[in-house]
Design a protein around this ligand. Structure first.
Ligand code: ZN
Length: 481
């Protein structure tokens, strides 16, 4: 029997530095998405003799920012290697990377990220390399006889972040990736909502058993699913008395299974050697100080500030800072209308529930800080009640209409017409003589009468005015006695 706590998971995360303008070693555009295949390429991408790579300085700066944000130790001197292989995803038959075995000096080592409040996930290594081209198949990868290659992505700056096997459940792996993504987003080096911007490979083992690698997890939402599948698969093997093989498996995000596939050469065959066309990189202390001085506020610091400045719970602050776009939306909404408690609730619970139910990204919604400011304002002014606010919220996020517009269109304003309410109160008093008698001596029975009045009015009337009128009526009865 495999126990969850015996599970050890390590991640190898690949993050594209999507905020760069050009590729890692040439001037081809970093924005390769949606382009005609094989149009975003140049002689450097193809490794044509005489075409020399030049390191994108900003890529190095971005990578340093990430390394420092993760508290990793930056190497004073680092260099690029050629990783040679006969697999068609790089047009030049090698990838410029950093040697990832003993003796190699990556950009940074060590580092850590804390998840779940106190769980430390140690980082082993951080390095820079080129992204590869994209292969696609007719039908499934296993059965296809035809492979299409698009090199537009080849050469895009990619950061590899390798963790120690410190995660003990698929959920922790997801939390790690979420936290890392939020840091990347806050640093302004990567937009994790772009398809394929954050991808990962995972390795998983049970109680000191064989290590299985899962390749090709294309989004961090998939990682938990892929690992759960793998745990179930291995558990079923063990229960049948079959040994788990040490192997590399591929995640199929359509069928949602992992399958065995030998894609690349064995590592010994990569024939790594220092890239002769690039000079080693010296990273001075001044350079590090410069990068540190330009670092923006990171999610952890922002979370603490949210707790202090806006009096939010730790949990709400954590949720809001899990995405920069969400935290920004919150702060800007509060600037328009200063009710952080109300606005944070709409964002941290209702908005996130809506996104998860509809499988949408915040970026795809047509909403602004003004939408949330206005919604909170309408509630505070007593113009709409909470139930109506919920339905306005749904329409607002679905259509992008302003809350006031929806209220106007649907005639949802809470009715505060005293005459109209008085009539309902009279009707309720007549129908509930016993409750009225109780209410004369017992405050609690007033609530029952309130409820009856609200029910008779489909909930759109102002409860404060209802209470006021009920108390007036009860006083009149008392005085009449
Ligand atoms: Zn190029």
């Amino acid at each position: 029997m495999i126990k969850e706590d015996l599970v050890k998971i390590g991640l190898e995360v690949h993050c594209q530095l999507t905020k760069l303008k050009s590729k890692l070693f040439c001037s081809c555009s970093a924005d390769y998405r949606g382009k005609e295949p094989n149009t975003n390429i140049c002689p450097v991408c193809f490794g044509i003799p005489g075409a020399l790579p030049v390191l994108n300085e900003k890529a190095l700066k971005y990578a340093l920012m990430v390394a420092l944000a993760l508290n990793a130790k930056v190497s004073e001197r680092t260099l690029f290697y050629r990783k040679n292989y006969f697999y068609p995803d790089m047009p030049k038959n090698f990838q410029i990377s950093q040697y990832d075995k003993a003796g190699g000096i990556p950009l940074a080592v060590g580092g850590r990220l804390i998840i779940n409040g106190n769980k430390i996930i140690n980082i082993r290594r951080i390095h820079l390399e080129e992204d590869t081209g994209k292969l696609s198949y007719e039908g499934t990868i296993e059965s296809s006889n035809v492979t299409y290659i698009d090199y537009n992505r080849a050469g895009i700056a990619l950061m590899e972040i390798v963790t120690e096997p410190d995660m003990n459940s698929p959920k922790e792996a997801r939390l790690f990736l979420q936290k890392l993504s939020s840091i990347l987003e806050h640093l302004g080096v990567c937009d994790p909502s772009l398809e394929g911007a954050v991808r990962c490979d995972a390795n998983i083992s049970f109680g000191g058993g064989k290590r299985v690698e899962i390749k090709n997890i294309s989004s961090f939402k998939e990682v938990e699913r892929a690992l759960r599948f793998e745990i179930t698969r291995q558990r079923s093997l063990v229960s049948k008395g079959i040994d788990v093989k040490s192997e590399t498996r591929h995640w199929d995000d359509v069928r949602r299974v992992t399958f065995s596939l030998r894609l690349k050469e064995e590592e010994g065959d990569y024939r790594y050697f220092p890239e002769p066309d690039l000079v080693p990189i010296e990273i001075s202390n001044e350079m590090i100080q410069q990068v540190l001085s330009e670092m923006p506020e990171l999610p952890e610091a922002r979370k603490k500030r949210f707790i202090n400045q806006y009096d939010l719970s730790s949990q709400t602050a954590e949720v809001l800072t899990s995405r920069k776009i969400l935290a920004d939306l919150f702060e800007e909404s509060v600037r328009f209308y200063p009710n952080p408690r109300e606005i944070s609730n709409w964002l941290a619970s209702d908005l996130l529930a809506y996104l998860s139910d509809t499988n949408k990204e915040i970026e795809s919604l047509n909403i602004t800080p003004k939408h949330f400011a206005e919604l909170a304002h309408l509630i505070d002014n007593g113009l709409i009640n909470r139930n109506i606010a919920k339905s306005i919220f749904i329409e607002m996020v679905t259509t992008g209409k302003m809350p006031s517009e929806i209220v106007e269109e649907r005639g949802l304003k809470k009715i505060s017409d005293q005459h109209y309410i008085s009539e309902i109160v009279d009707k309720v008093f007549k129908e509930n003589e016993k409750a009225v008698k109780d209410a004369l001596v017992n405050e609690k029975a007033v609530n029952y009468l309130m409820g009856c009045v609200m029910k008779n009015s489909s909930g759109r009337i102002d409860p404060n005015i209802v209470l006021q009128i009920i108390k007036q009526r009860l006083n009149q009865i008392k005085e009449g006695d």
